[in-house]
Design a protein around this ligand. Structure first.
Ligand code: 5GP
Length: 190
């Protein structure tokens, strides 16, 4: 997605540990007209699929998923990072290792909001090692819902996540795939 790539080049900054900071338009301050175009692009790429729900994970996926959902006309449900181990039986639970915070979270989703009749599109801001997406995939499996695909805004193609998810046969659409990045240069996959 050309508009997104241009914006990453203009406003993204590279931090130690292969972290791309895009907090002026995606992760902290949010450029809604850009995110609106992102939502439209997800709708184009996943058109014709019987999606009934968009699933994301808190926090930064939520805003993006909500704007995309307006094009799909379906609800958004987000997995919560739970503090407590005391989870009751009405929750799907899984564990996710955070790439940015180097911490393992329990992630929960109420069984009320995802079930075997659902067709799910996963949406998230970044794909790095794939832990967040694998956690969401595990929740979809536990719910018995059908997984239609995953939409990612920025994939860091030099990390393993994309390969792992595609090798599972999951339809993965990333709007910008970064092949390499340093303080001085950033290259995209075509
Ligand atoms: P993964 O679970 O695929 O390793 O990492 C995905 C999650 O980590 C995303 O939900 C995102 O919040 C965060 N993340 C991973 N890499 C980056 C990065 O380079 N920049 C930012 N801002 N977040 C990242």
């Amino acid at each position: 997605m050309q508009l997104l790539k241009e914006r990453i080049l203009k406003d993204g900054t590279v931090k130690p540990g292969s972290i791309l900071k895009v907090d002026s338009f995606l992760n902290h301050q949010m450029d809604i007209s850009l995110i609106n175009e992102i939502g439209k692009e997800f709708k184009n790429r996943f058109s014709g699929l019987p999606i009934t729900k968009i699933l994301t994970i808190e926090a930064s996926g939520i805003g993006i998923a909500c704007i995309a959902a307006q094009y799909f006309q379906v609800p958004v449900v987000f997995a919560k990072k739970a503090q407590s181990m005391n989870l009751d039986g009405e929750m799907y639970t899984t564990k996710v290792e955070s790439f940015t915070h180097k911490k393992v979270y329990n992630v929960i989703l109420s069984k009320k909001f995802l079930g075997s009749k659902d067709h799910v599109l996963l949406i998230d801001d970044f794909l790095a090692n794939g832990c967040a997406l694998l956690g969401l995939i595990d929740i979809v499996k536990k719910s018995g819902a059908s997984l239609e695909g995953a939409g990612i805004v920025i994939e860091k193609g030099f990390q393993e996540g994309g390969k792992i998810i595609r090798n599972m046969g999951i339809r993965l659409e990333s709007l910008a795939i970064i092949d390499s990045m340093t303080d001085y240069s950033l290259t995209f996959r075509d």
